[in-house]
Design a protein around this ligand. Sequence first.
Ligand code: P6P
Length: 339
Amino acid sequence: MFNGLTLAAFLQEEQRLHGLSPDLAGVVEDMARAIKQIAHHVSQGALGDVLGSTDAVNIQGEVQKKLDVEANDIILRCHESSGRVAAMASEEMDSIYLLPIGERRGDYLLVFDPLDGSTNIDINLSIGTIFSILPCPRGVNEPREIDFLQPGRNQVCAGYAIYSQATVLVLTLGRGVHSFTLDRQIGEFFLVQRDLRIAPQGHEYAINTSNWRFWEPPIRRYIEECHAGETGPRGKNFNMRWMGAMVADCHRVLSRGGVFLYPRDLRDPNKPGKLRQLYEANPIALLTEQAGGVASTGRRSILDLMPQTLHQRIPVILGAREEVRLIEDYHLDPPLQSM
Ligand code: P6P
């Protein structure tokens, strides 16, 4: 058996050494319990009744997969009677989720994408769960949507699970980014890496290049220079990856560097981006910054943005500090802005 620190022991250490709130530790442990249950369903594949779609469409306009709904319900069930959260919100639910009458309200708001990358489910490729924990405004016993509309810098915890060869939980409590791997035999998460760091320079980029014709000039310029490789202005060769699941691409960035981009594109000028701020961009942005990277819309820090609606979408460019700063500089370049 792996003899590293279990998640529970890590959280006890955080309480002992850094004053982590026992209730916040409890929310993390409840989320880990939900992730273990989701991991079990995901691992069933075609052998379980988990593949395929429902006939429902969520608020995002996306057909809900069976596992989307199952994962969402598992997370709700793991938290609604804990007395640690005051309310929850999810990519799969139009409005916020108020606890059943009689359940004690806690100090935290939980926001999550229960299954990110759903289009990968039926083809057995990586998917994940992304979560963000916000403080519930003091004195609020029945939270409203507006109580969730906090900038990402308010998060007290952010993390994701990636369901792949192994089930890996990556987590920050504001003191670095730490990675845990699930031992399925005994049902424990073990700490396998403390303080993940993203190298300031990178040579891998992740973007869906089929959207090329919709990109703004600064993004085209950056990607063209990556394509030009060592013969071009960057003087080095780049590699490209696109997993179709933000959690998988961003796990690679956190694990071996590079940059992830889902920029604003001109397909629908009213849509500032594809990825949702509260439960995709904000938690991954906090993890990125905690690992020494930068998370930007191209024009400003993601974590400083005040969300206007629960399912707000924003542009996302994150990863290696020097790469993201270069992309931000391209957004400031006046000749390009006029294009
Ligand atoms: P596209 C998954 O649906 C998701 O929200 C992210 O996880 C992923 O990075 C992106 O959309 C993929 O979008 O346009 O390449 O299918």
